[in-house]
Design a protein around this ligand. Structure first.
Ligand SMILES: Cc1cn([C@H]2C[C@H](O)[C@@H](COP(=O)(O)OP(=O)(O)O[C@H]3O[C@H](CO)[C@@H](O)[C@H](O)[C@H]3O)O2)c(=O)[nH]c1=O
Length: 495
């Protein structure tokens, strides 16, 4: 027997054994569930078992050379979408459900609790602004578009408490919780949790936003909305302030044009800039559209993946999906999303992995899927405090929860901002700005080291401020810095 075949056989038999061992471990966990929670635990662990078995079966990285060119028409320019007829708007909105992915924590920005409680502008949080946006939409068109929040076990309690403060806001908010899956030991691939209890929170994780389809169906909400005559959902990251309901796209997904069947799934993509090196991109792979995330890129090709010239667009994670089609793919078990392996090092010194999926990866399982290349204004994410600086500044006007680039800015691009590690945590970042500077004419800002900003500062063109180790720079109130480099001993040089 050729060596290759025997090694393949060996691999598949060890995989079978690993899956068998995992099933036993999961059965043990289910058995530990509290009375009345066994059914839920069984369903959740069965979801994890399927994810784990896909992880064992499939490659975690793609075959780089097998990427095909995107077919003609795979990505449509937003400007070419058919126009919306005013008289149809109310009826179109009556078929829509807005979903926000709210399972993430603010930890990476040094905040406790759900990320959606970070104040973005005028003390209003992501959640406040989202509520305002939907309320305004409902008022304008006299409709009742519901807002659905997908929470995780990390964010559910806090979010439920917060929702009480909106009791008088006229928006139907419904939340459901995504799955809670067990982290597995990197070496043994077995769960580290001893039981289903919540005493050891480090042993569990929310398995990525790709979990939405199954969790939404399991929650019973999918069926409920379909019964109510809803047809489409618009799904987006709660930290993307540009993800408002777009009537042109809604019209496009609901109404076929040019004799074509409407798409069951649409991904909003946008042109990549140097600031967007990490986002997922759309590729054609094995004759289907596929979302490619950085974690699936073989190590040698990461630079190529990040380049703006080869991959010109990226996924904003503003996704539109037909509810009927979601029901079909979930109940037929047809959702085959790539498994993303996310390694973690726990405080207790153990290396674990968590298996995740991304919502956009579902694109290949739907019919007539396509991308729409949308203006940058539909992607205003807050991943870092540098994003927060832009959104808090006079670069953006705010109106009923929607942020738009100020008309005072004479060109439509946003500045590239890099703040050093002293600004990483929201608390520290806020303390370092007595007032948010005027950024209307800024192109590029780099700040590094122990730097503090006074009130009424203006930053224009390219500004670089670097305090060397042990030095402190105070940008005095009222300073105007235009094309300047400010270095350790506060020398100001022309750039
Ligand atoms: C991991 C996870 C996240 N979330 C929420 C938190 C955020 O609102 C949202 C996005 O999660 P993030 O982990 O920040 O995903 P992110 O790295 O931004 O990547 C997504 O959004 C990017 C655009 O920001 C896209 O380019 C990527 O293709 C897409 O996967 O989903 C959940 O609700 N549940 C989860 O399990």
């Amino acid at each position: 027997m050729p060596t290759n075949q025997s090694s393949e056989e060996w691999k598949s038999s060890t995989k079978r054994e690993t899956l068998g061992a995992l099933e036993q471990e999961l059965a043990r966990l289910v058995a530990s569930a509290k009375e009345g929670e066994t059914e839920g635990a069984r369903r959740e662990m069965s979801g994890f078992r399927n994810l784990f078995s896909r992880f064992l079966r499939a490659k975690t990285h793609i075959e780089w050379k097998a990427i095909q060119p995107l077919p003609e028409g795979a990505i449509r320019p937003y400007k070419q979408l058919p126009p919306v007829s005013e008289s149809h708007i109310t009826q179109m909105l009556s078929k829509l459900v807005v979903v926000k992915l709210n399972g993430g924590l603010g930890t990476s920005m040094g905040c406790k609790g759900p990320k959606s409680v970070i104040a973005v502008r005028n003390d209003l949080t992501f959640l406040d602004l989202t509520m305002q946006q939907i309320q305004q939409l409902n008022r304008t068109y006299n409709v009742d578009v519901p807002l659905v929040l997908m929470n995780s076990f990390n964010t559910d309690d806090d979010t439920q408490k917060l929702l009480k403060k909106y009791a008088n806001v006229k928006v139907s908010v419904i939340s459901f919780c995504q799955s809670r899956y067990p982290r597995i030991n990197k070496e043994t691939l077995m769960p580290i949790a001893k039981d289903m209890g919540t005493a050891d929170m480090e042993a569990w994780y929310p398995p990525g936003h790709g979990n939405f389809y199954e969790a939404f169906a399991n929650s019973g909400l999918l069926d409920k909305f379909l019964e109510q005559g809803k047809e489409y959902c618009f799904l987006s990251n709660i930290d993307n302030m540009g993800a408002t309901v777009d009537l042109n796209i809604l019209n496009f997904v609901l109404n076929s044009s040019g004799g074509q069947e409407p798409p069951e799934f649409v991904m909003e993509v946008t042109d990549k800039t140097r600031a967007d090196v990490k986002g997922g991109t759309l590729i054609q792979y094995e004759d289907k559209l596929m979302l490619l995330e950085i974690a699936q890129v073989p190590k040698d090709y990461v630079d190529e993946f990040k380049s703006i010239s080869k991959f010109r667009i990226f996924n904003t994670n503003n996704l539109w999906a037909s509810l009927g089609a979601i029901r079909r793919v979930v109940s037929n078990n047809e959702l085959d999303m790539e498994v993303i392996v996310n390694p973690k090092h726990l405080d207790r010194g153990m290396d674990v992995i968590q298996l995740e999926t991304a919502a956009g990866a579902a694109i290949k399982n739907f019919k007539n899927s396509c991308g729409i290349n949308v203006p940058r204004s539909r992607f205003l994410p807050v991943k870092k405090t540098s994003d927060l600086l832009l959104l808090m500044s006079n670069l953006y006007d705010i109106d009923n929860g929607s942020l738009t680039l100020s008309s005072e800015r004479s060109f439509p691009t946003t500045p590239l901002v890099k703040l050093g590690s002293s600004f990483d945590k929201v608390k520290d970042y806020l303390a370092r700005f007595q007032g948010i500077p005027d950024l209307i004419e800024l192109d590029h800002l780099t700040v590094s080291g122990d730097v503090w900003f006074g009130r009424d500062v203006s930053l224009k063109g390219t500004v670089i401020i670097i305090a060397n180790h042990g030095d402190r720079i105070d940008v005095a109130p009222g300073t105007i810095l235009e094309n300047k480099i400010v270095s350790g001993n506060l020398r100001i040089l022309d750039h």
